[in-house]
Design a protein around this ligand. Sequence first.
Ligand SMILES: *Cc1c(COP(=O)(O)O)cnc(C)c1O
Length: 231
Amino acid sequence: MIEENLKNVEQNIANACKRAGRNKEDVTLICVSKTKPKEMIEEAYAFGKREFGENKAQEMKEKCDGLPKDIKWHFIGHLQTNKVKYVVGRAFLIHSVDSLHLAQAIEAEGKKKDVISHILIEVNVAQEESKYGLKTEETLELVEQIAQMPHIKIEGLMTIAPFVDDPEENRDIFQKLRELSVDIDSKNIDNVSMSVLSMGMTNDYEVAIEEGATCVRVGTGIFGARDYSKK
Ligand SMILES: *Cc1c(COP(=O)(O)O)cnc(C)c1O
Protein backbone atom coordinates (compact mmCIF):
# COMPACT_ATOMS: atom_id res chain seq x y z
CA MET A 1 0.00 0.00 0.00
CA ILE A 2 2.77 2.46 0.93
CA GLU A 3 4.61 1.89 -2.32
CA GLU A 4 1.41 2.42 -4.29
CA ASN A 5 0.66 5.62 -2.37
CA LEU A 6 4.18 6.93 -2.87
CA LYS A 7 4.00 6.36 -6.62
CA ASN A 8 0.72 8.21 -6.65
CA VAL A 9 1.97 11.18 -4.64
CA GLU A 10 5.15 11.41 -6.72
CA GLN A 11 3.09 11.42 -9.90
CA ASN A 12 0.89 14.20 -8.51
CA ILE A 13 3.99 16.19 -7.57
CA ALA A 14 5.41 15.75 -11.07
CA ASN A 15 2.11 16.87 -12.61
CA ALA A 16 1.86 19.94 -10.38
CA CYS A 17 5.46 20.86 -11.25
CA LYS A 18 4.68 20.54 -14.92
CA ARG A 19 1.64 22.80 -14.61
CA ALA A 20 3.76 25.38 -12.82
CA GLY A 21 6.74 25.07 -15.18
CA ARG A 22 8.97 23.82 -12.39
CA ASN A 23 11.45 20.91 -12.13
CA LYS A 24 10.21 18.08 -9.96
CA GLU A 25 13.72 17.82 -8.51
CA ASP A 26 13.12 21.21 -6.88
CA VAL A 27 10.36 19.84 -4.66
CA THR A 28 11.25 17.60 -1.71
CA LEU A 29 8.65 15.14 -0.51
CA ILE A 30 8.78 14.78 3.26
CA CYS A 31 7.05 11.57 4.34
CA VAL A 32 5.28 12.49 7.58
CA SER A 33 5.59 9.35 9.67
CA LYS A 34 4.36 10.70 13.03
CA THR A 35 2.46 8.07 15.08
CA LYS A 36 3.42 5.38 12.54
CA PRO A 37 5.61 2.38 13.43
CA LYS A 38 9.20 1.90 12.28
CA GLU A 39 8.13 -0.89 9.94
CA MET A 40 6.17 1.57 7.82
CA ILE A 41 9.14 3.91 7.65
CA GLU A 42 11.31 0.96 6.58
CA GLU A 43 8.86 0.22 3.80
CA ALA A 44 9.09 3.76 2.46
CA TYR A 45 12.87 3.60 2.94
CA ALA A 46 13.03 0.44 0.82
CA PHE A 47 11.21 2.37 -1.89
CA GLY A 48 14.00 4.95 -1.76
CA LYS A 49 12.60 7.58 0.57
CA ARG A 50 15.11 9.29 2.87
CA GLU A 51 13.24 12.32 4.25
CA PHE A 52 10.75 11.82 7.07
CA GLY A 53 8.77 14.20 9.25
CA GLU A 54 7.95 13.86 12.94
CA ASN A 55 6.16 16.23 15.30
CA LYS A 56 7.07 14.87 18.74
CA ALA A 57 10.62 15.31 20.02
CA GLN A 58 10.99 12.01 21.85
CA GLU A 59 9.33 10.03 19.06
CA MET A 60 11.73 11.57 16.55
CA LYS A 61 14.69 10.76 18.80
CA GLU A 62 13.68 7.11 19.15
CA LYS A 63 13.03 6.63 15.45
CA CYS A 64 16.23 8.48 14.53
CA ASP A 65 18.34 6.35 16.85
CA GLY A 66 16.77 3.08 15.68
CA LEU A 67 16.69 3.56 11.90
CA PRO A 68 19.34 3.97 9.17
CA LYS A 69 21.67 6.93 9.60
CA ASP A 70 21.16 8.28 6.09
CA ILE A 71 17.59 9.30 6.90
CA LYS A 72 17.03 13.06 7.08
CA TRP A 73 14.65 13.85 9.91
CA HIS A 74 12.43 16.90 9.67
CA PHE A 75 11.01 18.18 12.91
CA ILE A 76 7.63 19.70 12.04
CA GLY A 77 5.77 19.96 15.36
CA HIS A 78 5.55 22.53 18.10
CA LEU A 79 8.84 22.37 19.99
CA GLN A 80 9.04 23.03 23.72
CA THR A 81 12.33 24.40 25.00
CA ASN A 82 12.81 21.49 27.42
CA LYS A 83 12.65 19.04 24.46
CA VAL A 84 15.17 20.87 22.30
CA LYS A 85 17.90 18.50 23.49
CA TYR A 86 16.25 15.57 21.68
CA VAL A 87 16.07 17.42 18.39
CA VAL A 88 19.30 19.43 18.06
CA GLY A 89 21.97 17.22 16.53
CA ARG A 90 19.35 14.83 15.09
CA ALA A 91 17.05 16.96 12.95
CA PHE A 92 18.17 17.76 9.41
CA LEU A 93 15.76 20.71 9.48
CA ILE A 94 13.55 22.15 12.24
CA HIS A 95 10.48 23.61 10.49
CA SER A 96 8.72 25.14 13.44
CA VAL A 97 10.68 27.95 15.11
CA ASP A 98 8.25 30.65 16.12
CA SER A 99 9.79 32.52 19.05
CA LEU A 100 13.03 34.11 20.19
CA HIS A 101 12.83 32.04 23.36
CA LEU A 102 12.83 28.77 21.39
CA ALA A 103 15.63 29.99 19.10
CA GLN A 104 17.73 30.85 22.15
CA ALA A 105 17.27 27.33 23.50
CA ILE A 106 18.27 25.82 20.13
CA GLU A 107 21.30 28.12 20.01
CA ALA A 108 22.38 27.10 23.52
CA GLU A 109 22.02 23.39 22.77
CA GLY A 110 23.88 23.80 19.48
CA LYS A 111 26.72 25.56 21.25
CA LYS A 112 26.92 22.77 23.81
CA LYS A 113 26.98 20.05 21.13
CA ASP A 114 29.00 22.10 18.65
CA VAL A 115 26.42 21.73 15.86
CA ILE A 116 24.59 24.21 13.68
CA SER A 117 20.82 23.73 13.47
CA HIS A 118 19.13 24.46 10.17
CA ILE A 119 15.70 25.93 10.76
CA LEU A 120 12.60 27.44 9.18
CA ILE A 121 10.47 30.15 10.71
CA GLU A 122 6.85 29.05 11.15
CA VAL A 123 4.39 31.72 10.08
CA ASN A 124 0.70 31.53 10.88
CA VAL A 125 -0.33 33.18 7.63
CA ALA A 126 -3.97 32.19 8.04
CA GLN A 127 -4.02 33.76 11.54
CA GLU A 128 -5.78 30.75 12.97
CA GLU A 129 -5.97 31.07 16.74
CA SER A 130 -5.53 27.35 17.29
CA LYS A 131 -2.19 27.27 15.51
CA TYR A 132 1.34 28.09 16.50
CA GLY A 133 3.47 30.35 14.39
CA LEU A 134 4.26 34.03 14.11
CA LYS A 135 2.14 36.73 12.58
CA THR A 136 3.32 37.70 9.12
CA GLU A 137 4.30 41.18 10.29
CA GLU A 138 6.41 39.82 13.17
CA THR A 139 8.51 37.55 10.98
CA LEU A 140 11.23 39.92 9.75
CA GLU A 141 12.13 41.06 13.25
CA LEU A 142 12.56 37.49 14.49
CA VAL A 143 14.62 36.59 11.42
CA GLU A 144 16.94 39.52 12.14
CA GLN A 145 17.36 38.45 15.76
CA ILE A 146 18.04 34.78 14.96
CA ALA A 147 20.46 35.76 12.18
CA GLN A 148 22.89 36.84 14.92
CA MET A 149 23.04 33.34 16.43
CA PRO A 150 26.15 31.40 15.35
CA HIS A 151 24.67 27.92 15.88
CA ILE A 152 21.51 28.51 13.85
CA LYS A 153 21.09 28.90 10.11
CA ILE A 154 17.72 30.09 8.81
CA GLU A 155 16.87 28.35 5.53
CA GLY A 156 13.36 29.67 4.85
CA LEU A 157 9.74 29.71 5.98
CA MET A 158 7.04 27.20 6.85
CA THR A 159 3.27 27.45 7.25
CA ILE A 160 0.41 25.15 8.13
CA ALA A 161 -2.69 26.05 6.16
CA PRO A 162 -6.19 25.36 7.53
CA PHE A 163 -7.92 22.09 6.81
CA VAL A 164 -10.38 22.92 4.03
CA ASP A 165 -12.59 20.91 1.71
CA ASP A 166 -11.35 22.65 -1.39
CA PRO A 167 -7.56 23.13 -1.53
CA GLU A 168 -8.07 26.18 -3.76
CA GLU A 169 -9.15 28.01 -0.61
CA ASN A 170 -5.55 27.83 0.61
CA ARG A 171 -3.95 29.19 -2.54
CA ASP A 172 -3.76 32.77 -1.25
CA ILE A 173 -2.11 31.56 1.98
CA PHE A 174 0.65 29.88 -0.01
CA GLN A 175 1.01 32.99 -2.16
CA LYS A 176 1.36 35.15 0.93
CA LEU A 177 4.08 32.94 2.43
CA ARG A 178 5.95 33.07 -0.87
CA GLU A 179 5.63 36.87 -1.02
CA LEU A 180 6.91 37.16 2.55
CA SER A 181 9.87 34.98 1.69
CA VAL A 182 10.74 37.07 -1.40
CA ASP A 183 10.40 40.21 0.69
CA ILE A 184 12.75 38.95 3.44
CA ASP A 185 15.19 37.61 0.85
CA SER A 186 15.43 41.07 -0.71
CA LYS A 187 16.85 42.43 2.56
CA ASN A 188 19.99 40.29 2.06
CA ILE A 189 20.44 39.57 5.76
CA ASP A 190 23.74 37.89 6.65
CA ASN A 191 23.46 34.21 7.65
CA VAL A 192 19.88 33.99 6.30
CA SER A 193 18.70 32.02 3.29
CA MET A 194 15.12 32.01 2.00
CA SER A 195 15.57 29.01 -0.27
CA VAL A 196 13.10 26.69 1.49
CA LEU A 197 9.32 27.11 1.46
CA SER A 198 7.71 24.31 3.46
CA MET A 199 4.01 24.32 2.68
CA GLY A 200 1.35 21.86 1.59
CA MET A 201 0.02 18.66 3.20
CA THR A 202 -1.99 15.70 1.91
CA ASN A 203 -5.00 17.83 1.23
CA ASP A 204 -3.36 20.72 -0.60
CA TYR A 205 0.23 19.94 -1.65
CA GLU A 206 -0.47 20.26 -5.35
CA VAL A 207 -1.73 23.82 -4.95
CA ALA A 208 1.23 24.58 -2.68
CA ILE A 209 3.64 23.37 -5.38
CA GLU A 210 1.93 25.56 -7.96
CA GLU A 211 2.58 28.46 -5.58
CA GLY A 212 6.26 27.69 -5.06
CA ALA A 213 6.59 25.10 -2.27
CA THR A 214 10.04 23.49 -2.16
CA CYS A 215 9.06 21.03 0.60
CA VAL A 216 5.69 19.34 0.93
CA ARG A 217 4.80 17.40 4.07
CA VAL A 218 2.58 14.45 3.28
CA GLY A 219 1.43 11.97 5.93
CA THR A 220 -2.03 10.52 5.37
CA GLY A 221 -1.55 10.36 1.60
CA ILE A 222 1.39 7.98 2.11
CA PHE A 223 0.85 6.09 5.36
CA GLY A 224 -2.95 6.25 5.66
CA ALA A 225 -5.06 7.80 8.40
CA ARG A 226 -3.53 8.18 11.85
CA ASP A 227 -5.03 6.46 14.87
CA TYR A 228 -4.74 8.55 18.04
CA SER A 229 -7.16 6.44 20.08
CA LYS A 230 -4.50 4.20 21.65
CA LYS A 231 -2.63 7.09 23.30
C1 LIG B 1 0.73 15.89 10.53
C2 LIG B 1 1.37 17.00 9.79
C3 LIG B 1 1.50 16.97 8.39
C4 LIG B 1 0.93 15.84 7.52
O1 LIG B 1 -0.45 15.94 7.48
P1 LIG B 1 -1.31 15.04 6.46
O2 LIG B 1 -2.59 15.78 6.32
O3 LIG B 1 -1.46 13.71 7.10
O4 LIG B 1 -0.56 14.97 5.20
C5 LIG B 1 2.16 18.01 7.76
N1 LIG B 1 2.66 19.04 8.48
C6 LIG B 1 2.56 19.11 9.81
C7 LIG B 1 3.15 20.27 10.51
C8 LIG B 1 1.91 18.10 10.51
O5 LIG B 1 1.81 18.19 11.84
